[in-house]
Design a protein around this ligand. Structure first.
Ligand code: GCU
Length: 623
């Protein structure tokens, strides 16, 4: 499989004028199983037994040796039956009689004891399978936070690192006809070497946070499929087959509504790329008209269908162009956390629609920054449907171990998994490779590698990163200077700025703050914001954390934004209050970052109206 990807990357990188190193190939997922939820199979969501393992007893014995069988939570055993057969048998586990929870969900809501748990938890369930000759079976995971070890019928079938991207493991030949057992060991523990590192400003939702699916395919199947509209107005499609008869196999891509068919033959590696002029009737995707088409990727008996939109993106000077026309990104940032007092990061279509509609209909927005990690595919598909342009990001956040090759490898794999999952999402316009990372040589090299990987895997979108500025004060005039060396690598600059919240600037002084950049590129204000506790009204003093302060902060910051000639969009921090262990003000925060324009239960604060009013006055492309 890696060989095939190496070939694919080789051709893409050849096009980009750089040649891959063997190491690069190892960083690509063994398989993509793109659009896993659209394939034949069984969704394993629902009741699972779970068992907490704080001292990782199921991983190592008291002298660090391999755990004995009676400590192996993944053992393929009915403990109750065993002890009935042999009353002297000692099993210090019994997963079948362990507490039950519903997955996907984070363990922080399993019960009160788990609210702040960080460590290892085992999950197990049984499922029926009927493996047939000539078929293949895969277990697909939407995301497991942070490290996952997967066992089928007591045997390890694979591991994964990274809490926000999908992975798939082949289990062909490992399933029994009838009842099978799957066990997942989930370890949420992060360190300075992980991505992200231990300290962030969001809650760790440890656990199996997205669906697990048993997918069945023919022996040779369509593993990856990608289709896009090129800048030259051509429909370009690529497919990668996996299996014994992948080489030389006929392939076809059809868009019935447009009467368009592309066909060809896979090469010796099982891959194919073809293109044709876009039909005149093609309606391009945009926030105003988020047109999606049924697309069928076919090869042999395998048919993969998806709903896909077509649009072009480019940068011209300081403008971002969508379908050839300048667009101003009227956005907001968002963490992956559903509305409610006890979120568990289980994003259903209804939860995604509730959040994204508040942006589209409430704020009159056309853009959302999904921060700081890849959100669920449910969210990006909902953005496709509702018509919201998306910024997608990998959690290279704050103090990452930039000089450590293993950490870079994890980040590169994560980036590839994210891009390969969502390349067909018309809504996604920007891939972001980092957030607020301190400038240094190792950091610059680390991020340059990620930018190169993005360009190798996707030539149809824009690359960015959320950067920090230098603040200059001359003769009492404040100027924000964008001089991060990474800007040279990016298509779009993005800056997080908190003048007036983290700085002591008076709000009325904000509009006079100047902005300077050495590069002629579009700028997105990827973050600005102020905390407010919903319902804390303080018209007299207008103290920080009051709704009045937040509203005035927005008025003045937006006035400052209006003075930036190269501004192409914004995604203020943030739509909804979100959980953060760093935020412990006893009156105003209680474990929540309160920079939301709505509270955790959806109450709109005064500043919501300020931004909605500002966006309603902006026509799509007015600067
Ligand atoms: C930072 C950071 C966010 C954080 C925000 C804040 O800029 O990127 O993750 O939540 O500021 O301080 O509220």
């Amino acid at each position: 499989m890696a060989r095939k990807w190496l070939a694919l990357v080789a051709c893409a990188l050849a096009m980009a004028g750089a040649f891959p190193d063997a190491a690069a190939a190892q960083l690509l997922p063994d398989r993509v199983l793109v659009n896993a939820s659209g394939r034949a199979g069984t969704d394993l969501s629902g009741p699972w037994n779970w068992s907490v393992d704080p001292y990782r007893d199921g991983v190592a014995g008291f002298h660090g040796e391999a755990p004995g069988r009676t400590h192996q939570r993944y053992a393929d055993v009915d403990v109750d039956a065993e002890t009935r057969k042999d009353p002297y048998a000692l099993w210090e586990l019994d997963m079948r009689r362990a507490p039950v929870t519903s997955l996907p969900s984070s363990w922080i809501t399993h019960d009160a004891t788990m609210r702040y748990y960080d460590g290892l938890v085992w999950y197990q369930r049984r499922f029926e399978a009927a493996p047939r000759p000539g078929e293949r079976q895969f277990l697909h995971f939407g995301a497991v936070d942070y490290r996952a070890s997967i066992y089928v019928n007591g045997a390890l079938v694979g591991t994964h690192e990274g809490g926000f991207t999908p992975f798939a493991l082949e289990v062909t030949g490992k399933l029994r006809a009838g009842e099978n057992q799957i066990t997942i060991g989930v370890d949420s523990e992060r360190s300075n070497d992980t991505v992200p590192p231990t300290v962030t400003d969001w809650e760790t939702y440890g656990g199996v946070i997205r669906p697990v699916r048993l997918v069945t395919t023919p022996a040779t199947y369509v593993d990856d499929a990608w289709i896009r509209l090129t800048g030259a107005g051509r429909i370009r499609a690529s497919m990668t087959l996996d299996g014994p008869s992948a080489a030389g196999r006929p392939v076809r891509v059809r868009i019935p509504a447009l009467g368009l068919t592309l066909s060809g033959t896979a090469d010796s590696q099982g891959r194919w790329t073809g293109e044709a002029a876009a039909p005149r009737a093609l309606k391009r995707w945009s926030p105003e008209s988020p047109t999606l088409y049924d697309v069928r990727f076919e090869s042999g008996e395998d048919v993969l269908s998806d709903r896909i939109g077509f649009r072009t993106l480019e940068v011209r000077g300081t403008r971002i162009l969508l379908n050839g026309k300048p667009i101003f990104l009227r956005g907001i940032s968002l963490h992956e956390e559903e509305l409610g007092k006890e979120p568990t990061r289980a994003i259903t279509p209804a939860a995604a629609r509730a959040l994204l509609s508040e942006i589209k209909d409430g704020l009159h927005g056309n853009f959302v920054r999904l921060a700081h990690y890849p959100h669920s595919e449910v969210m990006t598909r909902m953005a496709d449907e509702l018509g919201l342009i998306v910024w997608s990001e990998v959690p290279v956040y704050w103090r990452v171990a930039f000089a450590r090759p293993e950490t870079l490898a994890v980040a590169r794999r994560m980036l590839a998994e994210n891009i390969l999952r969502d390349r067909n999402r018309a809504s996604i316009a920007l891939w972001s490779v980092a957030n607020e990372t301190p400038v240094s040589e190792p950091r610059n090299a680390f991020l340059t590698t990620l930018v190169r990987d993005v360009r190798a895997l996707d030539d149809s979108r824009l690359v960015t990163a959320a950067l920090l500025t230098r603040r200059d004060e001359k003769n009492g005039r404040i100027e924000m200077v964008i001089d991060d060396p990474l800007v040279a690598q990016l298509d779009v600059m993005a800056i997080n700025t908190y003048n007036g919240w983290y700085s002591g600037d008076r709000l009325e002084a904000l509009p006079a703050i100047g902005w300077r950049s050495g590069a002629t590129k579009p700028l997105i204000l990827s973050e600005f914001g102020a905390d407010a506790k919903a319902g804390f009204l303080d018209a007299g003093l207008r103290r920080k954390f009051s709704e009045e302060f937040q509203a005035e902060y927005y008025r003045q910051t937006l006035a400052m934004a209006d003075s930036i000639p190269f501004l192409a969009g914004m995604s203020p921090w943030i739509l909804k209050d979100f959980r953060s262990p760093r935020r412990q003000h006893p009156v105003y925060q209680q474990g929540w970052n309160r920079k939301g324009l709505i509270s955790e239960t959806g109450e709109r604060k005064q500043a919501f109206g300020v931004l909605a009013d500002y966006y309603s006055k902006r026509t799509p492309d007015s600067r």
